[in-house]
Design a protein around this ligand. Structure first.
Ligand SMILES: NC(=O)c1ccc[n+]([C@@H]2O[C@H](COP(=O)([O-])OP(=O)(O)OC[C@H]3O[C@@H](n4cnc5c(N)ncnc54)[C@H](O)[C@@H]3O)[C@@H](O)[C@H]2O)c1
Length: 359
């Protein structure tokens, strides 16, 4: 099979691309605009594989998308490209509306036109897998409640509202045009190659540098953490075996308060890097509480029983095993993150032109 993966230079997309190239016989076309979040250095281990190809393009650019579908003739689309950072969506929502809503609409239309002209056997096998987040469901008040696939949408941030909009578009294309779609909503991911603006890598790198560890509000916001490589196997399972028209929630059964995540990282660093920056006795001493994020949801938790029951997927990592692997990865891959921090990882970025480059 040939899979078109959008956003394959991002955190989760690169894990999906590495998984497919390393563990299956399928081919991948990685379509990515290379925004600040796209990093081809996350794909070094597979970039020379003949089953892998990178195409630089913008999902909002219909002309480029039509050319890419016509040239590469994919059997399946996994759509991950998005603006993904909640804080950035609060500071500047426009790009989230553009990429997550208009971009998904443009992908749906390009893919639908391509699908319409496929011969019937390929048309029947084709599917469009839209990758979304549990944040579309909003805040969970009770401590026992879980998000199921039937939970109604109540997004709180510009990011989650834009992802909710894109999910609605995907379902409308299924219902209205019979376009074969499948949707997944996943909890917070963590693991290798995570951009250092996100909670876990930010805390690891700040602690190593002796900088404050900023925790929003009282740090009691609860998230359900999933190791990114587990998400990649779940996504491949749904893309290839999921039932058309269905939604699958994906989660790690690992509910943790943010403050406990930060304290776990600090304890691991106390053990793994005993020679601390000057003036630091324990890494926990660096924790600093800062003003909470506006509209901050208190708790997300996923009921992932449907994907387990129907498709046989369960996560391989516990939070304890995954967070240890993650901290060790950052300790052993300084070159990757120092090039992100100093900006030297960046490649030529696409402007607003309709240029599409294959590298
Ligand atoms: N990170 C999480 O915890 C999480 C959890 C659940 C769902 N998701 C969803 O998974 C997907 C991937 O998330 P991520 O954390 O890997 O994001 P990311 O920000 O690390 O990567 C996004 C990628 O999309 C690319 N991109 C952005 N705008 C584009 C455009 N207009 N055209 C083409 N490419 C573009 C970027 O260059 C980047 O490579 C997103 O749809 C996100 O909503 C993320």
């Amino acid at each position: 099979m040939k899979l078109l993966v959008t956003g394959g230079a991002g955190f989760i997309g690169s894990a999906v691309v590495r998984y497919i190239i390393e563990h299956t016989n399928d081919s991948v076309i990685n379509l990515d605009k290379l925004t600040y979040a796209g990093n081809l250095e996350s794909l070094k281990s597979i970039e020379k594989n003949e089953r892998y190809k990178f195409v630089q393009a913008d999902i909002c650019d219909r002309t480029s998308l039509d050319l890419i579908f016509a040239e590469h003739q994919p059997d399946l689309v996994m759509h991950l490209a998005a603006e993904s950072h909640v804080d950035r969506s609060i500071d500047g929502p426009a790009e989230f509306i553009e990429t997550n809503i208009i971009g998904t609409y443009t992908m749906l239309e390009a893919a639908r036109q391509y699908w319409n002209q496929l011969a019937s056997s390929r048309k029947d096998a084709f599917r469009f897998h839209h990758i979304s987040t549990d944040e579309v469901y909003g805040d969970l008040e009770g401590t026992d409640d879980l998000f199921t696939e039937m939970t109604s949408y109540e997004p709180s941030s510009p990011y989650s509202a834009s992802k909710a909009s894109s999910d609605h578009l995907v379902r409308a294309w299924l219902r209205t045009y019979g376009f074969p779609t499948v949707v997944t909503n996943c909890s917070n991911n963590y693991g290798p190659f995570h951009f250092p603006e996100k909670l876990i890598p930010l805390m690891i790198l700040n602690a190593l540098d002796g900088k404050p560890l900023p925790v929003y509000g009282n740090g009691m916001q609860i998230r359900d953490w999933l190791y990114v490589e587990d998400h990649a196997t779940a996504l491949y399972t749904v893309a290839t075996k999921g039932k058309i028209g269905e939604t699958y929630n994906i989660g790690g059964h690992n509910e943790k308060a943010n403050i406990d995540v930060v304290k776990t990282i600090c304890s691991l660093l106390d053990e793994l890097v005993p020679s601390k920056p000057e003036g630091v006795v324990q890494y926990q001493d660096l924790i600093t509480y800062v003003t909470d994020r506006p509209g901050h949801d208190v708790r997300y938790a996923i009921d992932a029983s449907k994907i387990e029951r129907e498709l046989g997927w369960t996560p391989a990592e516990t939070f304890e095993s995954g967070i240890r692997k993650t901290v060790e990865w950052y300790l052993n891959n300084k070159q990757w993150w120092s090039r992100v921090l100093d900006g030297s990882y960046s490649f030529e970025r696409l402007g607003t032109s309709s240029k599409s480059e294959t590298k």
